[in-house]
Design a protein around this ligand. Structure first.
Ligand code: DGT
Ligand code: CA
Length: 579
């Protein structure tokens, strides 16, 4: 429920927009829905203080806000609730609200499906598609049916996975709870979480204990557990209060390294290891390693690898992406580590859409022990994010000059996150671009270009002499928005040719460049900058998610731009500027 103090203009707009959607879902007269949409648009454009307007009873003077809507808004602002909205919302079948998440399916179509086929849930809709019921339906057809099915698949997939960052805390709590239990000999996180994957399906934990049954009971009755879906002596499956599933495997201590290796995966990596063992006259599985009937005792994963004539392969590399060959040839990368990071680029302030001042972002960087921070607010055409005009850039640069005198040894680089316009040019004339120490070029508009056009657009930005780094190269939002169509191998080639850096955006929703492409970029000698894209001081800590993915992408400290120390970085940026 919304409370009086939190009813802002934004909340009102959101509720009006939702009413418009609900009316469409209910099949009401389209004019009614448009009236709410229209009111929302006009409120958005309003440049007078909204609350003052409501209190002064002047809201009905805003175009598009008639008496009925005005009354409802007043009720919302005064009481924190709007009865009309509440009752409308509760009249909508919950399944229809879920269907709104299916790409390509709007409220009008959902209503039509309800009217003509009585569909109330995503499951019913999927069934109807499989039965081809949409093909002859007015306003639908085969193509729409196929699109809806694809959208449902995506929705299902997304529901099955979660962001690494969303799950990691729960996993640590379970891990600590087990590590503190005296019946536990050894315990480790396994599965995709241990491999530092960007999204995970569930939490896998392996523990060894001589008191398996007792331990199973302890785990199943933990305070985080909402549902126990399976409980044996060797495996306990639960759903946590957060909705995340977790599996605990309990083994004898001598089996521990074998179970850990197996349940860390990946499945593909395990398959290759099994083949390798077989070729050497051995057999490997989750219980142990054998030569004929002889059980080869291993104390650790290192020992198992060593029996397979391999050095230890870090879990994050176990994806069958060439790690076994690299291990065999002594070419495993020495992975970048948190302690190798010297500074951070891609930091926003309240000059544009950041929540905090330049001073506080700089202060936070100082507290992290960094040698430098690169400020990059949005550029002018990003009006929705308060992009910087020439005057604001000058003011920011002056402030940075002053801070640089005070903050030494921490150094502040002047940068910008410049929009790449649809034609591939950057968002400022050369004389402004020249005033920055670094430029991060970014796509924030026209996401729907065909692949060839988008690739050309980004390549052209990379060829711009002022571009230093390409921001979030695919624009994806994990589990929420697909990458835009772009030929990443071509982008990597262009970056290699022009000596440009690609960003590994560390925001846990992005983690873009994808780690698989980091492997490729590294092979082509393209440097990666692990950037927090911080919009508030706490956002700087997202860097740790970026470092995990950098490791998963085989990056060494020499591959990462922001592992350069301050002197090296000043020289690097100067050299690029004067090229
Ligand atoms: P996820 O859960 O989808 O994020 O990814 P994982 O890798 O954690 O997958 P999960 O939880 O199904 O299984 C954990 C590990 O157990 C997996 O990485 C390897 C091992 N594993 C599971 N099923 C199989 C299998 O059928 N064959 C082999 N070789 N290993 C398996
Ligand atoms: Ca898993």
């Amino acid at each position: 429920m919304t409370s009086v103090s939190t009813v802002t203009k934004e909340t009102v707009i959101k509720i009006l927009e939702e009413i418009a959607v609900f009316l469409e879902l209910s099949g009401e007269n389209p004019f009614k829905s448009s009236a709410y949409q229209n009111a929302a648009r006009n409120l958005e454009k309003l440049d007078i203080d909204f609350i003052t307007l409501v209190k002064g009873k002047k809201l009905c003077e805003v175009p598009g806000i008639g008496e009925a809507i005005n009354k409802k808004i007043e009720e919302l602002v005064e009481t924190g609730k709007m009865a009309y909205y509440e009752s409308l919302r509760s009249s909508i079948p919950p399944g229809h609200l879920e269907m709104l998440k299916i790409t390509g399916l709007g409220p009008k179509k959902i209503h039509a499906l309800y009217e003509q086929l009585g569909i109330k849930t995503v499951g019913e809709l999927e069934y109807a598609c499989h039965e081809n019921h949409l093909i002859d339906l007015k306003g639908f057809g085969k193509k729409t049916q196929d699109n809806i099915l694809a959208g449902i698949e995506k929705l299902k997939h997304y529901k099955e996975r979660r962001l690494y960052a969303e799950v990691a805390n729960d996993a640590m709590v379970l891990f600590s709870m087990l590590a503190d239990n005296k019946d536990v000999n050894r315990v480790s996180i396994a599965g995709s979480l241990r491999r530092l994957a960007e999204t995970v399906k569930d939490i896998d934990i392996v523990a060894s204990s001589a008191q398996a049954e007792k331990l199973a009971g302890y785990f199943a009755s933990g305070p985080q557990v909402a549902v126990v879906s399976g409980k044996g002596i060797t495996k306990v499956s639960v759903t946590l209060r957060t909705g995340i599933n977790a599996d605990l495997r309990i083994v004898a201590d001598q089996e521990f390294p074998h179970a850990l290796l197996h349940f860390t995966g990946s499945k593909e990596h395990n398959t290759v290891l099994r083949g390798r063992a077989k070729n050497r006259g051995m057999k490997i599985n989750e219980y142990g390693l054998w030569r004929g009937t002889e059980n080869i005792v291993c104390q650790s994963e290192e020992e198992i690898f060593s029996h397979l004539a391999l050095p230890y392969i870090p879990p994050e590399l176990r994806e069958n992406m060439g790690e076994i060959e690299a291990a065999e040839n002594g070419n495993l990368p020495v992975l970048v580590d948190e302690k190798d990071i010297r500074g951070l680029f891609h930091v926003h302030t309240n000059f544009s859409d950041g929540a905090q001042t330049l001073e506080s972002m700089v202060g936070a960087a100082g507290e992290m022990g960094l040698q430098y921070i690169g400020i990059s607010d949005h550029s002018q055409s990003a009006y929705y994010a308060g992009g910087l005009k020439k005057k604001e850039i000058e003011r920011q640069h002056k402030l940075i000059d002053e801070l640089n005198k005070k903050c030494a040894p921490l150094y502040i680089f002047k940068g910008i996150e410049a929009d790449i316009l649809p034609d591939g040019s950057l968002d400022y004339p050369d004389d402004i671009l020249r005033s920055f120490d670094f430029v991060i070029a970014a796509i924030h508009s026209n996401f729907n270009m065909p692949e060839e056009e988008m690739t050309r657009r980004i390549k052209s930005a990379l060829q711009n002499p002022y571009t230093t780094i390409l921001a979030h190269p695919t624009g994806r939002l994990l589990l929420a928005r697909e990458p835009y169509a772009v030929n990443i191998p071509e982008i990597i080639e262009t970056a290699a040719l022009y000596g440009k850096v690609l960003e590994l955006n560390a925001n846990p929703h992005r983690l873009d460049l994808d780690w698989r492409n980091c492997i490729h970029a590294r092979k082509r000698g393209v440097k990666i900058s692990i950037n927090p894209d911080a919009h508030h001081a706490a956002g700087l800590a997202d860097i740790s998610f970026g470092i995990k993915i950098a490791r998963k992408g085989w990056l060494e400290k020499g591959d990462c731009l922001n592992c350069l120390n301050l002197d090296e970085m000043k020289k690097y940026l100067n050299r690029k500027k004067n090229n």
